[in-house]
Design a protein around this ligand. Structure first.
Ligand SMILES: O=C(O)c1cc(=O)[nH]c(=O)n1[C@@H]1O[C@H](COP(=O)(O)O)[C@@H](O)[C@H]1O
Length: 247
């Protein structure tokens, strides 16, 4: 069974190398890995990622949310392979051929390949937002539809909100990775997240990994915040919340 801390990917959203390195060092050991995404990559590129993760750094979740024609997305994944990410994101709404191209590009790295995760419906969106972009279905139905399509298209898992975790675990089986942002301990502000739960609730529903940013990074003491979250998860496990999930 994975430790509570190892379930957490700390999302480091900043443009600054020094701030990113400082945060990565502060949370080292208190989380299972770090996520660097659009904000940091746009400012600092691959060299910045290397500067933060280093040779023996924590597992990297490279969150670029690729979405383009299949050839371009496959090439984008291949170009990122030298960074040796453990996870990478694409958008499931790019369709089956695009997802397959990403999975095939990742597979070309062999045993050290990144796991490809398809983003379903962003956790900042609700039913009203979906309706505005012409998707007049409840968020939960759209997430299940996209997750099943992602599974059929050969990717390793999805990014979804905690609200959909239980349904996706049932629909997609025990080995399909559920990476879950939209996580808020009871003591943290919601910010722009609309579909969120506590860390323990997300894990009890069947999440594999939790993506947690501002509750840790905006804290005066990020290491203490990460440890507090891990302790709350461990307490819930001891309390019999039935925390499970895939590997
Ligand atoms: O792909 C993601 O990681 C992601 C998908 C999603 O639906 N919602 C979401 O919040 N995220 C990311 O998860 C992180 C959440 O950060 P906090 O809201 O600060 O905890 C951010 O880096 C988002 O980019």
């Amino acid at each position: 069974m994975m430790s509570a801390a190892s379930r957490i990917f700390c999302s480091i959203d900043t443009t600054e190398i020094d701030a990113a390195r400082r945060l990565a060092a502060q949370v080292n050991g208190a989380v299972g890995g770090i996520k660097l995404g659009l904000e940091f990559f746009s400012a600092q590129g691959p060299a910045g990622i290397r500067a933060v993760v280093g040779e023996d750094g924590p597992p990297l979740f490279l969150d670029l949310k690729l979405h383009d024609i299949p050839n371009t997305v496959g090439a984008g994944v291949r170009a990122a392979l030298p960074l040796a990410p453990a996870f990478m994101t694409i958008h499931s709404s790019g369709g089956p051929a695009m997802m397959r191209a990403a999975a095939e590009a990742a597979a070309s790295a062999g045993a050290k390949r990144p796991k490809i995760l398809a983003v379903t419906v962003l956790t900042s969106l609700d039913d009203a937002d979906l309706a505005k972009v012409g998707q007049a279905v409840p968020v939960a139905d759209q997430v299940t539809r996209l997750a099943l399509l992602a599974k059929e298209s050969g990717v390793d898992g999805v990014v979804c909100s905690p609200a959909e975790v239980a349904a996706l675990r049932a629909a997609c089986g025990p080995d399909f990775i559920l990476m879950v942002p939209g996580i808020r301990p009871v003591w943290a502000a919601a910010n722009d997240q609309k579909r969120f739960t506590t860390p323990a609730q997300a894990l009890a529903a069947g999440a594999d990994h939790l993506v947690i940013g501002r509750p840790i990074t905006a804290s005066d003491d990020p290491a203490a915040a990460a440890r507090r979250i891990a302790a709350e998860i461990a307490d819930a496990e001891i309390g019999g919340a039935g925390i499970g999930g895939a590997a």
